[in-house]
Design a protein around this ligand. Structure first.
Ligand code: WT7
Length: 643
């Protein structure tokens, strides 16, 4: 039995007390349009909206604030200049702690955004164009996104850890004619050849999207090759001439972000301007409870939605001061997070359970030898946090004085959806908590029957919220199929979830063929496709299994072509192969060579059995009588890799 933890009383200023939450949540459900039009006033609009949410989940069509016009770069940067030009916006902390970082005030950020926007403009970028951003975690990653928003171009950020192949398919899918990159990135002392990766992506045999311009930021100073007439150094094109913000309709696209699903290639999730802006502004304000003068630090990468919403848009729209960190938690040693916290007097830290578990394993000394006195709020995101890691985060890192917010959300939701509010709620370790304003979660059984009260089922959301994704780029039908067809008329999250008697939600993890590896979302089908591309592989099935550090590990069952035999060499080769095809985050943890996959007589792979064996839980395989070859199960158990 896990008990609620009383919320610590260290912080007296708060944006939302318990009574206020109840009252505001009630209003947000009873009169959503009035509630969200009021919240929309957090933003500056060229034309303020009078329309709230106009949406239907059957058929699927979603819009918010449709008659309003605005620009999110103006909201994140320009509007702070009149009164706060000298306030620090970004504190850049480089990978190497001995290298000199830099801080930018809002005034300086404005100038950097103008330089980037003018350079993009000089290459021909205009409203509506897609721009692929493949960058390290440096200031220019943030300014590239803001510059796109300024011009009305749609950014598509691709995580710098993705392979040239993965990058090429993302450039192709949204027909992006422009790329912003850097000579190299730096992570944990290692160089990442970003520009060379883009060159390799564009040279892929089946890549046929012509590139009109590539903008390159000089970061490490490495030698790279520049293609005349296509590639330009930022410094050669940048000017700080005025560059007005485009007036965007609320429903104009802001960005595309690729994310994994249970089938096929990654989907380009599309977010629009007004609703996303309001959602990130409001969630940042209430959930992180940011107070003027505080320092916020989200350790995510801008390549993920967490970086979009809580490094770029949420904090900057709120005029916050924040750390932008290039490095990793383990370099130069496992105390780096706490060094950064002390150096920049970080008050609010937002990180992922996988990082917390990795640091916890290294022992308390790395933490307790640093002061951490500035910390007052700790956040977690990306996967369920196990109570043991929660306890360590709370007791050791936060010394029992900092509330923890465990924020559940998704690329598709735009921002946080279920969490406790630091001033309003008690916490329960392992539970994300309660719905944010306007969010109406529902648990359903596998047949779609609604479950009331304390229950466990599939997590759906029944009513739209401003931050919701509007479509899958170029494939609205896939959007409808993926999210609104499993349980007609509801948004299905793909997560399993419990609700307790106090109304707290406990996410149990994905119920589809999506796995969550170190907080990175991956479709098992993507790893399978990469494996079968190898000339020796006949077939594969990939499942997740519990992994101490990563949350889930990647377990691959592989059958080989006739005449081939499994060997340690081939195993290493396949791991390197997947790494190259997708990127290091997709590297298989365990590979089992097998002479067959368990299939029904109609040829459907019985993944349930493969999951059980991968979990080392083969005592309860359930009914195997429908298998075409029941004897295979014994051999699979015999050859299992997770012992
Ligand atoms: C999936 C979404 C949210 C931004 C980063 C991940 C899992 C996310 C939590 C949490 C339990 C969580 C869910 C969700 N997830 N946050 N606090 N507790 N599970 O975004 O890559 O779109 O992944 O991450 O399974 O569906 P994403």
């Amino acid at each position: 039995m896990i008990h609620a933890v009383q919320r610590p009383q260290a912080h007296t200023e708060t944006h939302c007390l318990p009574e206020q939450y109840a009252e505001m949540y009630r209003r947000s459900i009873e009169t959503p349009d009035a509630f969200w039009l009021e919240q929309a006033q957090r933003l500056d609009w060229f034309k303020a909206p009078a329309q709230g949410g106009e949406w239907s989940y059957d058929p699927v069509g979603i819009s918010w604030f449709e008659d309003g016009t605005l620009n999110l770069c103006h909201n994140a940067v320009d509007r702070h200049l009149a009164t706060n030009a000298n306030r620090t916006a970004l504190i850049f902390e480089p990978d190497d702690p001995a290298a000199s970082g830099r801080s930018l005030t809002y005034g300086e950020l404005h100038r950097e955004v103008l330089r980037m926007a003018n350079a993009l403009k000089a290459m021909g970028v205009k409203k509506g164009d897609r721009v692929t951003i493949y960058m390290p975690m440096i200031v220019e990653g943030v300014t590239a996104m803001l510059a796109c928003a300024r011009l009305g171009a749609v950014h598509s950020v691709v995580f710098g850890g993705f392979s040239p192949e993965a990058l090429a398919s993302r450039i192709e899918d949204c027909d992006s004619r422009f790329v912003v990159t850097a000579d190299e990135g730096l992570r944990g002392g290692k160089r990442v050849p970003l520009k060379a990766n883009v060159d390799a992506a564009l040279a892929e045999p089946d890549h046929d999207t012509p590139i009109d311009g590539m903008l390159v930021v000089r970061h490490t100073g490495a030698e790279i090759s520049m293609t005349e007439g296509r590639d330009y150094w930022l410094d050669d094109l940048a000017t700080d001439a005025d560059c007005p913000c485009e007036e965007m309709a609320a429903e104009d696209p802001l960005f595309i972000l690729y994310t994994s699903g249970s089938t096929g290639k990654p989907k380009g999730v599309l977010h629009t301007t007004g609703g996303y802006g309001v959602w990130t502004a409001a969630t940042f304000h209430y959930i992180f409870d940011y107070q003027p003068g505080e320092v916020f630090w989200c350790t995510a990468d801008i390549g993920w939605v967490t970086g979009h919403s809580y490094i770029v848009y949420g904090p900057l729209i709120n005029g916050a001061t924040e750390v932008v960190f290039e490095g990793v938690p383990s370099f130069p040693d496992h105390g780096r997070f706490w060094d950064v916290v002390d150096k920049h007097k970080v008050n609010i830290l937002y990180t992922a359970p996988t990082a917390i578990r990795a640091l916890m394993r290294e022992g308390d000394d790395y933490v307790t030898t640093r002061s951490r006195a500035s910390l007052r709020l700790l956040g977690s995101v990306g996967e369920p946090i196990n109570p043991e890691a929660w306890r360590w985060y709370f007791d050791v890192v936060g010394e029992g004085r900092c509330p923890i917010i465990d924020t559940w959300w998704q690329t598709e939701t735009g921002g946080c959806m279920i969490t406790t509010l630091p001033g309003a709620h008690d916490m329960k370790p392992g539970s994300a908590g309660l719905p944010f304003f306007g969010i109406r979660p529902q648990l359903v059984d596998n047949e779609g029957g609604v479950l009331d009260g304390a229950a466990e089922g599939n997590l759906c959301i029944t009513h739209s919220w401003p931050g919701q994704a509007r479509t899958v780029y170029g494939d609205h039908d896939r959007f409808v199929q993926t999210y609104f067809s499993t349980y007609a008329g509801k948004y299905f999250t793909g997560d399993g979830c419990k609700r307790d008697k106090d109304g707290y939600y406990w996410i149990t993890g994905r119920v589809d063929d999506v796995i969550n590896v170190s907080g990175h979302r991956m479709g098992t089908a993507e790893v399978e496709s990469a494996l079968v591309l190898h000339p020796k592989v006949a077939e594969s099935a990939v499942v997740g299994y519990p992994h101490d550090l990563k949350g889930q590990g990647i377990y691959c069952y592989v059958t080989l072509n006739a005449g081939e035999a499994g060997s340690p060499e081939l195993l290493a080769e396949l791991r390197a192969w997947v790494r190259k095809e997708i990127g290091p985050i997709a590297t298989p943890d365990l590979i089992q060579f097998t002479d067959g996959l368990p299939k029904t007589r109609s040829g459907k792979i019985m993944r349930r059995i493969l999951r059980k064996i991968a979990e080392n839980e083969f005592g309860s395989l359930g009914d195997t009588s429908t298998l075409a070859d029941p004897s295979l199960v014994e051999r699979l158990i015999e050859g299992r890799q997770n012992r």
